[in-house]
Design a protein around this ligand. Structure first.
Ligand code: PAF
Length: 265
């Protein structure tokens, strides 16, 4: 009798909430660089939206998402219903490290990272990927997930993918679709302000708190409602010290649309 060892193929997962654009497709291409199967998940996760947020109106374009994925580098789409993902009340949830998860996005959107970590852990357990790809646009989310993977010793490598921008520099985001034509023109000010901050830091400006305040003021003067512009060290987003690798993160509301962006300095 011969015994055989079954070798399962490697799996790379690209978790998304659908309404796919070139940013998502670039994540799929990063996943394709790995050997094995590429799985994209499409699931608008109710757990990461506060009651006043845009869960109900979040764009759902599943048929088009399937077409985009079928024409590209994806082998399999996992698009569960809410009932499939949460067949019973999700009473056990992942609470990210407070130091990382309660600031910036976590301070403005309490519970957001609990919802993100919980669904991502569930996706990991269902799809069983060897690698998963997350974009740097959601920089804090990327760090929160890397921290969860480390803390729970999950056997998954997290791949960091660069932000994809439009020709004018605006980071691609499903929420850009909420912008009116004039807001879309204005939206480029967010990456411009972040670039300005990066330039000031690089040119030796050492009062970083002042640089952050000035950047938020510029946005405010143009009619934005900034939540934060923050210069942080890159690995755990702590307050930075001289000599560390830095990132500037920004989030601001333009009309009723909240945009976030980040730039490594
Ligand atoms: O970044 C997103 O699209 C979502 O937060 C994610 C990671 C798919 C979890 O729902």
């Amino acid at each position: 009798m011969r015994s055989s060892l079954v070798k399962y193929p490697d799996i790379s997962l690209v978790p998304t909430m659908g309404n796919l654009h070139e940013g998502h497709l670039s994540l799929v291409r990063r996943a394709r660089e790995r050997p094995g199967i590429v799985v994209a998940s499409v699931f608008v996760n109710p757990l990461q939206f506060a009651p006043h947020e845009d869960f109900a109106t979040y764009p759902r374009t599943l048929e088009r998402d399937f077409e985009l994925l079928a024409g590209g580098d994806c082998d399999l789409v996992f698009a569960p219903s809410a009932r499939e993902m949460y067949p019973e009340e999700q009473s056990v949830k992942v609470h990210p490290a407070k130091a990382l998860g309660d600031m910036l996005e976590g301070a403005v959107r309490p519970g957001f990272f609990i919802g993100v970590c919980t669904v991502v852990l569930k996706l990991f357990n269902i799809v069983r990927p060897n690698t998963a790809v997350f974009g740097k646009k959601d920089y804090q989310q990327l760090r929160v997930i890397q921290n969860m993977v480390r803390q729970f010793s999950l056997p998954i490598e997290i791949i960091e993918a660069e932000t994809i921008r439009g020709a004018d520099g605006l980071a691609l985001s499903s929420r850009n679709g909420y912008l009116s034509a004039s807001e879309r023109n204005e939206a480029v000010q967010l990456p411009l302000v972040l670039r300005q901050v990066a330039g000031e830091v690089q040119s030796g400006h050492d009062n970083w708190a002042q640089v952050e305040r000035n950047a938020a003021d510029v946005l405010r003067a143009r009619g934005w409602q900034p939540d934060y512009v923050a210069i942080r060290e890159r690995s755990a987003l702590r307050m930075p010290a001289a000599g560390q690798s830095l990132v500037v993160l920004g989030a601001a509301r333009l009309g009723t649309t909240r945009l976030i962006d980040s730039l490594e300095i």
